[in-house]
Design a protein around this ligand. Sequence first.
Ligand SMILES: *Cc1c(COP(=O)(O)O)cnc(C)c1O
Length: 287
Amino acid sequence: MLDFDFYSPEEEIVLPFYEEHGIRVFVKRDDLIHPYISGNKWRKLKYPLEEALLTNKKILVTFGGAWSNHLLATACAGAKFRFQTVGFVRGEGVQNPVLALCKLFGMQLHFVDRESYRNKPALFEKHFGHRDNAYFIDEGGYGEKGAWGVKDLLEEIKGVYDHCFCACGTGTTLAGLALGNSAMQLHGVPVLKGGEFIYEELRKLHADPLQVTLHLDYHLGGYAKSNAELQAFIQTFCQQTGIMIEPTYTGKLYYALHDLIAKDYFVKGSKILTIHTGGLTGLLGYL
Ligand SMILES: *Cc1c(COP(=O)(O)O)cnc(C)c1O
């Protein structure tokens, strides 16, 4: 229904470290789907966009922090599929490269204080409630429709794997994987402090938390927090694989995986699929 032909190959990451431990690691390259409608953000937008088209909406209204990959994905997707886009940005007015790209794709930005930002349906109601052509998309593409889009990813998987790993923000991506998964052990690496809340989010999105393991100790102090060790890890990983990762999400994912392998968490011979959820424009914040 949406005219969007994308590329997301599945490839092995060959590293001496994995070989030494008798583990094979693969990656689903959702980062290659699109430079700005990237990774899991495309997956999560797919069904909301379809619904917005089918119900004749003209304006996509969504929410995010000032470095949000989701705001940028929505801005670009809006431009591509002929919607106007409005982004409510948490906090005081700022300028940065991600917001500049949002504006380039025509997104109208409104900065809102943290208190008002908390109640997104109320913000939508206040500013767009009187218009029947506006469509609400939650922060980060969170929600059931977002999870359904991620679930479709599993139908593209060709290999057979024992484990599957992704980074978690809202938990929608992990929920989608859980909805469609039968055979793999699923693992989430929350990038925020207090990531236990994701078990609850999985339940809310009708995914079974029992088939999921969260690795809660890899947030490195919280969302978008980083340290010298993570930076060094990312440097080495990019240099040895040619696959780009960034400190907010995928850097923590591969860092966690590396640490678990070092601690012999997996039995020898295990095959692990990782989901590269994209978001490389996040790197612009670290330059
Ligand atoms: C937004 C984002 C995530 C988090 O996904 P959730 O579905 O919110 O858990 C993970 N990785 C990247 C690169 C992202 O941009």
